[in-house]
Each structure stands twice: as structure tokens, then as C-alpha cells.
Design a protein around this ligand. Structure first.
Ligand code: F6R
Length: 606
């Protein structure tokens, strides 16, 4: 959703900006640009396409020495992908980059038109540059402050004023910005991955605060003009975590990182054979006084919620609904203080999920978030945060973040089922043991890599495809389907296996492969009948079972046998198979696995 970076210091700023943009490219890759101070002017270089295009263009320019500048990699929202719409945008004294959406840009544009001022691009961002320029009379704080009273929508801006060389101003509302003062200078960006090379200590710029970076220090000021000390955070991963490390793609690397991510998320929370959330600040009474749970998220995170519903209802016997965050707040949800709202988000910045959280808090609900990125907006605004420890996830298609979200849901379900007396000591101990063993089962499943690569060959030319399953397997089917379609561009749907015959079966032919998940023994016989229904229509079937299960010769075309776990843990291993199927199908189709078309990671706009 656009990556932005600003640097002022004692290094070659173009190099810092271009390196940073390469790290931030997962946030958008429609175009990229930089602007920097040079000889009392601001020079801008921008181009459509990927950051590599920008790097080439910058390399061809001789005169680019600078110590201060800003850079942007774009995911187009307002205005198509064109050179004019690339950031940075300059109007008069002001050059800026923007991540977010200015919702009232059209009204502001109309006001400017009355005095004959027109933007050159079709972007909402240039209107912000026009506005700040219009309000600027030498005092950057005043101009930015006044602009915030006029601009509606989400934004993170880095701003250069032509008459203030070496200085970057930044402000945010909704969209993320993190910053650090390193030995080499002051640096600010959308994500820690662009900062980690310089420092592991950083802060999240508080919303509606202005940061001034001059290379020596970063001053953070409230809109009322008071200086404040932002809360420092520390990351426990290093630059190698944000590199491919010998893997062909980030997605493959992240699939392989799952055993470690699961270990890091689960093991520190088990103390003396019991789950201990003291370090998370999660009290034992989180579930006290509540009579229902709503899980909210988007995409893959919401799919983790679907698994959560099954697990919470089974273990806690509390009614759980799973809501798509973008729908939630517009559907007048029924919320009260007896409702626990669990938001799930890798980035912790997804605009719809954040809005759902805010609405829930306003309605007096208890809120708990499962989040991967430390200090992110969702983490900061929730009553309770349960951090996953997946490390940075760079590929647009989420993999390790999903399995650690599952492990978090399982831990929360186990702990509170135990506290509420829903499971006895023996069951509790057995669940915890099995949860820890999941790490090894996932590792074993990753070892099926070659077999899955081979099987995926038969999907390369498919145009439509179905994933079917029941219960936990249906929830997993939803995840398998999104993963496949987002990176292979094959149209796919997830269906509850028993629902197919109520309409959808008419779409199944010998040209439509079906991936059937049959990991749940209590509905295994029913699944087999549903698989027979699609086989009878000629469908090629890839069957996934939890350990050896009775399978007739003609039931499937390919059979993937997961390392046997208790059925309720099968989502962990099955998820790995689905990720690898999606990955290899995308590779076989010659597509950009890590940066699929039209998408970007961390969706900070509605
Ligand atoms: C799909 C995927 C997305 C995200 C969704 C929510 O592979 O990654 O569906 O899961 O955009 O993102 P977060 O978890 O950052 O809120």
C-alpha cells in the first residue's frame, strides 16, 4: 500500500533511499521515485514500474550527490500508473510523498480551480502538496497543522520544503511510519525493514504528531507545539530476516521459516507445563463476563479466524462469529461490553481491521489482537495484544503469519478452556504437548516439497478450480483458495463439501480440478461421498488426508498424506501443503510469486 522513506544524514542519500525502497517494494510496485536536495533546489527522479527501473534511471544520472531526500514506491489508488502520477509530487515550495488516501481531495481541488490552480497529475497526493504549499508561509509546523484540519482520509507524508535544505517533516494519520536516529543520520519509513540496516531501536511516530528530521536528531512535536519523547521499541530480528537468504522467492523462504516462527511463538509461552501470558499482559479474566466472541480480520487473517471459530466453540462453548473487517462497521454490528472482539492482523495496520477495532472499543467491547508487527496501530489500540513472532513477512501472500496466527488461537483457546474448567489437566497437558509437536510435523510437511512441486504441474493450465472440505477443512479450503488465486491467477473457490450439490456442482467438469481436504475423521465418510460426486463428473482430485486413510484406487488422482497429528492440529500441516501448491503453480505459470499483480502487502486504505 505504498512504501515511503526519508533520510537525512552523512551517507549518500540516494543510495539509502533506493536500498530502502527495495525493502519496501512489497508495499506497492506500480512506480517509484525519489526527490532530494541539491544545490538549493530539489531534484526529482521517478519512473513507472519496479524499483529496479528507478535504480537504473538514477544510475544513468551523473549529478545525484545528496545527503537528504525522500523516496516512494507506489500502489496506485487515485490516478493510473503513469509517470505523472508517480511520487514525489512537487507544488511550489513543497515536495511530498504520501501513503494513504485523501478522501476529500476532489473538493479541495475544486477550491484551487477557482483561483486557476490545477494539479498536473490525477492523484489525491498532489492535492495535499498543493494544500500544504498554499498554507506555507515559512513555518512548516503551521502549514502542516492547518493542512490536517482540512484533509480527510488516511495519510503518512514525508515533506521537503525547498527553503529548508537537509530537513524532512513527517506526519501520519492511519498509515504507518516508524523512525530512528542512527549514527549515520535520521531515517523514517513505512516499515522497520527499511530501517533495520541502521538501527534495531526505533519508534512509531504517534498519529497527529509532526516529526522533524535533520540528520542530527528527530524532534517529535504535538500539533499544539509541545515536544515529546516517543516510546522506543526494539526488534529482535536482523537484516538477514528481510533477505531471501538463498531461496528463489520470499514466499518459499517464509514457508520454510514456519517451524522457527511457530517455535518462537509457542515455546516462550509455555512455563512449567502451563500456558503463561503474563509477558503479554493478558489477564486470566479476559474471558470472564463475556458471552460471545467476534473475530475480525481480512483475507488470510480472517481465514485464521474461521479456524478460531471452530476451536473456540469446541473448547470454550462460547458463540463465535467471524466477520470480514471491511463489512463489519457498515453492518451496524450488535456490540456490547459482554463481547470480546479478537482482531487478527499480520501487519497490524490494515485499515478495515483497525476501524473494526475502534468501533468495537467505542461500543465498550473488550478487545484482544493477534498481531505480528510490534507497535503497530492495531497492537497499540487494543486492550490486549498477543504478538506472533513470525519475523518480517515480505511476500505479499501470507504464509508463516497464518500458521502463527493459528498457533496463537490454539493457545488462547487451550488456556481459557483450562481456566474455565472446560478441559481437565490431562487433556490440557496433552494439547500443549501436541501443539509443540506441530513444529516438527510442519517441518516434515515442508519436506514434501518436491512431491508437491510435481503434483502442482497438473494445475498449471487450469482455469477454474475448487477447494472442498468440511469443518476445519472448509476453513482451510478458504485459505488454500485465496493463496492459489492471488499468486497463480487461476480462478478458484472454496466450498463446504456438502454444499457443492446445491448449485456449484454444475461447474465441475473434467477441466476443473478439485483439491479435497479430508483431514477430519469424524466427517471422513461424508467427505469421501462428496469426493465421489466430483469424481463422477470427471474432476481430477488432489486428496489431502491426515495420515494414512482408506482410499479406493479411483477416488483421487493424487494423494498427499500429511504426517499424522490429532485431527484438530491438521490445519498446520495442511496449510503448508496448500501454500506449496499455490507457490509451485505460480512458479510453473512463470508469474511473479512475491509481488502478484494489482496487490500489495499491508492494506492501509479502505
Ligand atoms: C493473503 C494476504 C492477505 C492479508 C490481508 C490482511 O495472502 O496476505 O489476505 O491476510 O490483507 O492483512 P493483515 O494480516 O496485515 O491485516
Amino acid at each position: 500500500m505504498c512504501g515511503i522513506i526519508g533520510f537525512s544524514g552523512n551517507l549518500d542519500a540516494t543510495e539509502v533511499l533506493l536500498n530502502g525502497l527495495s525493502e519496501l517494494e512489497y508495499r506497492g510496485y506500480d512506480s517509484a521515485g525519489i526527490a532530494f536536495f541539491q544545490n538549493e533546489t530539489i531534484k526529482t527522479i521517478k519512473t513507472t514500474g519496479k524499483v529496479s527501473n528507478l535504480i537504473e534511471k538514477v544510475a544513468s544520472i551523473a549529478d545525484k550527490q545528496t545527503t537528504c531526500g525522500i523516496g516512494h514506491t507506489r500502489w496506485a489508488t487515485h490516478g493510473g500508473v503513469s509517470d505523472t502520477n508517480c511520487h514525489p509530487h512537487t507544488f511550489g515550495n513543497v515536495t511530498l510523498i504520501h501513503n494513504g488516501i485523501i478522501e476529500n481531495y476532489h473538493e479541495i481541488e475544486k477550491e484551487f480551480a477557482k483561483s486557476g490552480k490545477h494539479p498536473v497529475s490525477q492523484t489525491d497526493s498532489e492535492i495535499a502538496a498543493m494544500l500544504i504549499n498554499d498554507l506555507y508561509e515559512g513555518d512548516a509546523y503551521e502549514a502542516i497543522k492547518k493542512a490536517t484540519t482540512i484533509l480527510d482520509g488516511a495519510y503518512a507524508f514525508c515533506i521537503l520544503f525547498k527553503d529548508q535544505p537537509g530537513v524532512i517533516y513527517a506526519i501520519r494519520n492511519g498509515s504507518p511510519l516508524v523512525a530512528c536516529q542512527a549514527e549515520q543520520g535520521s531515517i523514517i519509513a513505512s516499515d522497520m525493514v527499511a530501517l533495520i540496516k541502521y538501527s534495531k531501536d526505533y519508534f512509531v511516530l504517534p498519529e497527529h504528531h509532526i516529526a522533524k528530521l535533520d540528520g542530527q536528531s528527530i524532534e517529535v512535536t504535538t500539533l499544539e507545539g509541545n515536544q515529546m519523547e516517543p516510546k522506543m521499541l526494539h526488534v529482535d530480528w536482523d537484516i538477514t530476516s528481510a533477505k531471501k537468504g538463498g531461496f528463489a522467492h520470499f514466499m518459499l523462504k517464509e514457508i520454510h521459516e514456519q517451524p522457527t516462527a511457530l517455535h518462537n511463538t509457542i515455546v516462550p509461552r509455555i512455563k512449567n507445563g502451563k500456558l503463561d501470558f503474563k509477558e503479554d499482559g493478558i489477564d486470566d479474566d479476559v474471558f470472564t463476563g463475556i458471552n460471545r466472541v467476534i473475530i475480525v480480520g481480512c483475507g488470510t487473517a480472517m481465514h485464521a479466524g474461521l479456524i478460531g471459530k471452530v476451536m473456540f466453540e469446541k473448547l470454550l462453548r462460547i458463540p463465535v462469529t467471524v466477520e470480514i473487517a471491511s463489512e463489519f462497521r457498515y453492518n451496524n454490528p450488535i456490540l456490547d461490553k459482554n463481547t470480546l472482539v479478537i482482531t487478527i492482523s499480520q501487519s497490524g495496520e490494515t485499515a478495515d481491521t483497525l476501524a473494526a477495532l475502534r468501533l468495537s472499543k467505542e461500543a465498550g467491547c473488550k478487545t484482544l489482537s493477534i498481531v505480528n508487527v510490534k507497535g503497530s496501530s492495531i497492537a497499540r489500540e487494543s486492550d490486549y495484544v498477543f504478538y506472533t513472532h513470525a519475523g518480517p513477512e515480505i511476500a505479499v501472500a501470507s504464509t508463516k503469519a497464518y500458521t502463527v496466527q493459528l498457533s496463537s488461537i490454539y493457545m488462547i483457546a487451550f488456556k481459557f478452556a483450562h481456566i474455565r474448567g472446560m478441559i481437565d489437566e490431562e487433556t490440557y497437558a496433552s494439547y500443549l504437548k501436541q501443539l509443540q509437536e506441530v513444529t516438527t510435523a510442519v517441518e516434515t510437511t515442508i519436506g514434501y516439497d518436491k512431491k508437491i512441486e510435481e503434483i502442482s504441474n497438473c494445475l498449471t493450465s487450469a482455469e477454474d478450480l475448487f477447494f472442498i472440505g468440511r469443518g476445519l477443512d472448509y476453513a482451510l479450503s478458504c485459505e488454500g483458495s485465496i493463496k492459489l488465486k492471488e499468486i497463480s491467477y487461476i480462478h478458484s473457490e472454496a466450498y463446504a463439501a456438502g454444499e457443492l450439490k446445491h448449485g456449484t456442482l454444475s461447474l465441475v467438469t473434467d477441466q476443473v480440478p478439485v483439491i479435497a481436504l479430508a483431514t477430519q475423521e469424524h466427517v471422513y465418510a461424508k467427505m469421501i461421498s462428496n469426493i465421489r460426486e466430483v469424481r463422477a463428473r470427471g474432476a481430477m482430485v488432489i486428496l489431502i488426508t491426515n495420515g494414512e486413510m482408506p482410499v479406493d484406487d479411483d477416488l483421487c488422482t493424487h494423494h498427499i498424506i500429511l504426517p499424522k497429528t490429532d485431527d484438530q492440529f491438521a490445519p498446520f500441516t495442511a496449510a503448508v501443503v496448500l501454500q506449496l501448491i499455490a507457490y509451485y503453480t505460480s512458479v510453473h505459470r512463470g508469474l511473479n510469486v512475491d509481488q502478484p499483480r494489482n496487490l500489495a502487502k499491508s492494506v492501509t486504505v479502505e
